[in-house]
Design a protein around this ligand. Structure first.
Ligand code: RP5
Length: 162
């Protein structure tokens, strides 16, 4: 989907976050939502974060999915610099299993919201589904693909345990 202008930006604090955040990218691939992926660290590449967040709206991004672990400032800092909705994914950290990431992302003071998802893969998948649902409000074809994705999930649930 490289040829289409991205509607969703997936950013992460480190290469080490990709194993989690690739699930967001794969879910958007499945739903045929144009997106881009970037490593943008609040701590190590603050200028890159500034440029990314400041240009997000004018570049046409409709949501940013931001994953980070530990002292996870990335989603909140991105949200502080753009009105584009930011969905935060707490990456599971080695030291505290992602509780640090979760609390860093979820406890935003009133005024700058970050929509916070679950820790790890579930959060990455759900961030993508939520971003797709936001876009589906004004995109009937995407709404159809999202409904089909949900139907398929429902159909996979057996009535009785095997
Ligand atoms: C955070 O620090 C990143 O989001 C990552 O989850 C964590 C560890 O980063 P690395 O030391 O693996 O680069 O900024």
């Amino acid at each position: 989907m490289a040829e289409e202008a991205p509607l969703i930006g997936i950013i992460m604090g480190s290469q080490s976050d990709w194993d989690t955040m690739r699930h967001a990218a794969e879910t958007l691939d499945t739903l045929e939502v144009p997106h881009e992926t970037r490593i943008v660290s609040a701590h190590r590449t603050p200028d890159r974060l500034y440029d990314y967040a400041k240009s997000a709206a004018e570049r046409g991004l409709r949501a940013i999915i931001a994953g980070a672990g530990g002292a996870a400032h990335l989603p909140g800092m991105a949200a502080a610099m753009t009105r584009v909705p930011v969905l935060g994914v707490p990456v599971e950290s080695k030291a505290l299993s992602g509780m640090d990431s979760l609390l860093s992302i979820v406890q935003m003071p009133a005024g700058i919201p970050v929509g916070t998802l679950a820790i790890g893969k579930a959060g990455a998948v759900n961030a993508a589904l939520l971003a797709a649902a936001i876009l589906a409000g004004t995109d009937a074809a995407l709404a159809g693909r999202l409904d089909a994705w949900r139907r398929e999930q429902t159909d996979k649930v057996a009535e009785r345990p095997q």
